[in-house]
Design a binder for this molecule. Structure first.
Ligand SMILES: [Zn+2]
Length: 226
């Protein structure tokens, strides 16, 4: 493990992530407003996000996106916050971390129309429409510990992603991979996710770990490559 990207999916979480990134060069932060909290989006959040994305310790915008499973914010509000954040990410030339749940077609449409920087479809568990859109647009797919679960049914998606577009993540504190399932998830457990993905793709785990590390540096920038 050479570097950890700490997700800041709210102003409070982003400030905590930034404090961590300021304390250790092996950590970087992201900043965004999760679709659950899209109802909090305002001109103030826009200026906060623009300011925060300019910080070199912030290597990506997000999480942002659409979540129709929980619908914690109205869908039109989710759309407005998502599109506004994509624009700010483009202005700052920062990649974007996308949260998509039960909103495949709408996320794909917004990515086609509004994404101007590379995107990570994070903790990928979506259907073929979003998989296809992500791959067609040259974006990245990131897999979590879910790939080790007994009910995981998306090995075809794992195999469909070109090696240079593949990433792995904890999506902590949940989704710890087997055999750590039920514990608080942490970066050390990523090895199990990597080993499972490598087995599905019929490749060496060390080779997959090298590739996903290289991809993260390409995507998030030289801060990750030290
Ligand atoms: Zn998410």
């Amino acid at each position: 493990m050479q570097h950890i990207v700490v997700i800041g999916e709210s102003p409070v979480a982003a400030m905590a992530a930034l404090a961590l990134a300021g304390s250790d060069l092996r950590l970087s932060a992201t900043a965004g407003i999760h679709p659950h909290d899209a109802k909090e989006w305002s001109p103030e959040s826009a200026s906060w996000l623009a300011r925060t994305l300019a910080d070199p310790r912030v290597v990506a915008a997000g999480e942002m996106g659409l979540d129709y499973h929980y619908d914690h914010s109205p869908r039109d509000t989710q759309h407005a916050a998502f599109r506004a954040q994509l624009t700010l990410a483009a202005d700052a030339s920062k990649p974007v971390i996308i949260h998509a749940r039960e909103a495949d077609d709408d996320v794909a449409a917004v990515l086609r129309s509004d994404a101007r920087t590379p995107v990570v479809l994070h903790s990928f568990s979506s259907g073929p429409a979003l998989l296809r859109a992500g791959l067609d647009l040259g974006h990245y797919l990131s897999f979590s510990g879910m790939v080790t679960f007994r009910n995981w049914a998306l090995d075809d998606a794992v195999r469909a992603v070109p090696l240079e577009r593949l990433l792995i993540e904890t999506d902590g504190p949940y989704l710890a991979p087997v055999p750590q399932r039920g514990k608080r998830n942490e970066p050390a457990f990523l090895r199990h996710t990597a080993e499972r993905l490598a087995a599905v793709r019929g490749m060496d785990a060390a080779e997959l770990i090298d590739a996903t590390t290289r991809n993260a540096v390409t995507l998030f920038g030289p801060r990750l490559g030290r």
